[in-house]
Design a protein around this ligand. Structure first.
Ligand code: ADP
Ligand code: MG
Length: 177
């Protein structure tokens, strides 16, 4: 069985369309993420559920100009871009689709974490544990229909993840190593 699938990568900028104004921001993994591309052939495209954790930046990385502008990167500091609870493991829904801008075999992954964050976390690392499949991708005739389905996905994800066999995965060592 393909699950659990472990993904790790840097949260990158998407096209900013839809996400936040639909009440559903999705953290994008880079298109060349090895874990995401390795899902090809193992699972269908569509919507998945699982757990995710945003990783606090611990050291200055010369590529992270956004992060470096913050003078104190200690997650427990009031100057940190995210509050300490933001670094816990939370339920998530992930959409896995075909990238329309590259060879059509390229996959894109977008993760919506079921937690209210106090700030964006672009360029932060994220760890994702994919545990199951909810539904295939659908074409939506209206924005309302899409929003409705996303709301159902969130409910399905929460329900599934409440089962003991799944809650155990929220304590997976993967999130903390
Ligand atoms: P983009 O097209 O750049 O991905 P989005 O509207 O999808 O724009 O917003 C995604 C960004 O929102 C993430 O990269 C992250 O920094 C931020 N964000 C805030 N809250 C969440 C959340 N609950 N789940 C995912 N991303 C979130
Ligand atoms: Mg997005």
């Amino acid at each position: 069985p393909p699950y659990p699938i472990r993904l790790r990568g840097k949260v990158c900028k998407g096209f900013g369309r839809g996400g936040k104004d639909l009440g559903c921001p999705t953290a994008n993994l880079p298109d060349d993420n090895a874990g995401v591309q390795a899902m090809r052939g193992k699972v269908d495209t569509g919507v998945f559920y699982g757990f995710a954790r945003v990783i606090p930046p611990t050291q200055l990385d010369p590529d992270d100009s956004d992060l470096n502008s913050s003078s104190n990167l200690d997650p427990n500091s009031s100057l940190s871009p995210l509050s300490p609870t933001s670094y816990l493991v939370y339920p998530m829904v992930m959409s896995l689709g075909l990238n329309p801008f590259y060879k059509n075999s390229d996959l894109t992954a977008e993760i919506h974490i079921l937690h209210q964050f106090d700030n964006d976390f672009y360029n932060f690392d994220i760890k994702v544990l994919v545990l199951g499949y909810i539904r295939p991708e659908l074409d939506y005739v209206s924005r309302e229909a899409l929003v409705q389905d996303i709301d159902i996905d969130k409910i399905v994800a929460r329900r599934c993840l409440e089962r003991e066999a799944y809650t155990a995965f929220s304590r997976d060592r993967f999130f903390w190593e």
